[in-house]
Design a binder for this molecule. Structure first.
Ligand code: AMP
Ligand code: ZN
Length: 114
């Protein structure tokens, strides 16, 4: 997908450092962190947003949750707690239209999120 920032990042075409990667996903630190731990879990496959998820993506999404769990343990927030969020559309405050999951933790998060 041309001109997609997260396609470029996940393809290794930028100087973004990955804190984890496998054949399906990359994980890197958010450039504008909203918590002491703020990672982005990004599939290499371009899916614009949650509205475009297909049943064939179910395994990928399941694997993303497994990666989130692993990263939470590595960043020592598994016990204190954390949040896994995917923003969708304008009201959801999505700004990059390549699906991704925010892993946030390391402080008391608020609910409702605003
Ligand atoms: P969203 O607003 O849910 O679409 O999330 C997009 C996220 O990508 C935001 O939290 C941005 O801070 C983050 N972001 C944008 N560009 C970069 C970049 N080059 N490297 C790391 N994070 C980025
Ligand atoms: Zn993309």
């Amino acid at each position: 997908m041309e001109d997609c920032l997260f396609c470029k990042i996940s393809a290794g075409e930028t100087d973004t450092d990955f804190v984890y990667q496998d054949d399906q996903v990359v994980v890197f630190e958010d450039i504008n962190p909203q918590a002491p731990v703020h990672l982005l879990i990004v599939p290499k496959k371009h899916i614009a947003d949650l509205n475009n998820l297909q049943p064939a993506d179910n395994e990928l999404i399941g694997n993303i949750y497994q990666v989130a769990k692993k990263m939470a343990a590595e960043y020592d927030i598994a016990e204190s707690g954390y949040r896994l969020v995917s923003n969708c559309g304008d009201d959801g405050c999505q700004s990059v239209y390549h699906i991704h999951f925010h892993l946030l933790g390391g402080r008391q998060l608020q609910w409702p999120p605003g």
